[in-house]
Design a protein around this ligand. Structure first.
Ligand SMILES: NC(=O)c1ccc[n+]([C@@H]2O[C@H](COP(=O)([O-])OP(=O)(O)OC[C@H]3O[C@@H](n4cnc5c(N)ncnc54)[C@H](OP(=O)(O)O)[C@@H]3O)[C@@H](O)[C@H]2O)c1
Length: 300
């Protein structure tokens, strides 16, 4: 009898995400076992418990998925799991906390695609505002945008201190150069919009961060991306299905990328990486960078 595909799904949170469980079964895993409220210190022990019981054929059908809400902790867990492997007892590990890596990857790769199509350029030297950049999806998007050469700015609706704290943390950990900005008032937002080439909205679901008037202040804006699928639109005028179409009300002819268009790329990326874990034929370590590479392939 052939061995089943076993995915150990680990989170520091109280619950796994049902979204991730559905995705894992649909990607061919035969059984998905939850481990909740797990600490970083427990990762090495859990990893070694998972790798030694199934023999060489079994490890190829065993994987570890890392969820939770904390992008930094998930990357630390990924590194800890990798360090705990004892080749040839080695299994694939994929971190996608709160779907943040695959969602951010899809949004940033989608924006790159729009820019390339409309202006023949990538993100390099673009000034890029990330609303909701203190959250999991926004932080991941800011890191990717900065790595792709953008002048990436984390905007917080609670003010400069919070935005700068997140920027500093990401800069220290990932060697990027993010800055923070105050998005707590209409005047601040209009000032920021005046210098923006690109905007990403990754703020909490159901919140509008930019009104039509504020969007209109973006006189050199090229692309507006919104991952919020819950009404009202996170960026006024960007429809959930929009896939590189002009945003009504933009004074610069900016193109919009909506939540379901981004979600479509995200879905393919997450499915693909979950399959890659057991189809690649060798242990895979998949995090933010790998999600971005996959998203770029889907956008090309
Ligand atoms: N389309 C897709 O495929 C997909 C997949 C996953 C997630 N999502 C969406 O991605 C977005 C981000 O997810 P997340 O888990 O990172 O979000 P989150 O942690 O719930 O919120 C992100 C940030 O939103 C800001 N925020 C909260 N309340 C706000 C308000 N009233 N006004 C303005 N900003 C506010 C906060 O930053 P500050 O307080 O610092 O401003 C917070 O850090 C959500 O809309 C989620 O639904 C989409």
């Amino acid at each position: 009898m052939s061995k089943p595909y076993l995915l150990h799904m680990i989170t520091a949170a109280k619950n796994l995400s049902p979204f991730d469980v559905n995705m894992a079964y649909d990607a061919g895993w035969s059984a998905c076992t939850p481990y909740t409220q797990v600490t970083l210190e427990e990762i090495a022990g859990l990893t070694q418990d998972a790798i030694f019981s199934r023999g060489p054929k079994g490890v190829a059908r065993t994987g570890i998925f890392l969820g939770g809400r904390d992008v930094h902790l998930a990357l630390e867990m990924l590194a800890a799991a990798r360090a705990a492997m004892v080749p040839p007892f080695e299994v694939s590990v994929f971190a996608d906390p709160s779907g943040a890596f695959t969602t951010a990857a899809a949004m940033v790769a989608g924006a790159e695609g729009c820019l390339r199509g409309s202006h023949g350029s990538g993100l390099a030297a673009s000034r890029c505002l990330i609303f909701g950049g203190t959250g999991p999806v926004g932080s991941a998007a800011a890191i990717l945008a900065a790595r792709a050469g953008a002048d990436a700015v984390i905007v917080s609706h609670l003010g400069l201190v919070r935005a700068e704290e997140t920027a500093r943390l990401c800069n220290q950990r990932y060697g990027v150069r993010l800055s923070g900005a105050d998005g707590s008032s209409d005047a601040h937002i209009r000032d920021l919009m005046a210098g923006a080439d690109l905007i990403f909205n990754a703020a909490a679901a159901g919140v509008q961060v930019l009104s039509a008037d504020q969007l209109g202040a973006g006189r050199r804006l090229k692309v507006a991306c919104d991952v919020n699928a819950v009404p009202p639109a996170g960026i006024a005028g960007v429809g959930v299905m929009d896939n590189g179409v002009p945003v009504p009300g933009s004074t610069s002819g900016a193109l919009g990328l909506g939540a379901l268009a981004i979600g479509n790329i995200k879905y393919k990326v997450q499915q693909g990486l979950l399959r890659q874990m057991h189809e690649a034929g060798s242990p895979q370590y998949l995090g933010l960078d790998e999600a971005f590479e996959a998203a770029r392939r889907h956008v090309d």
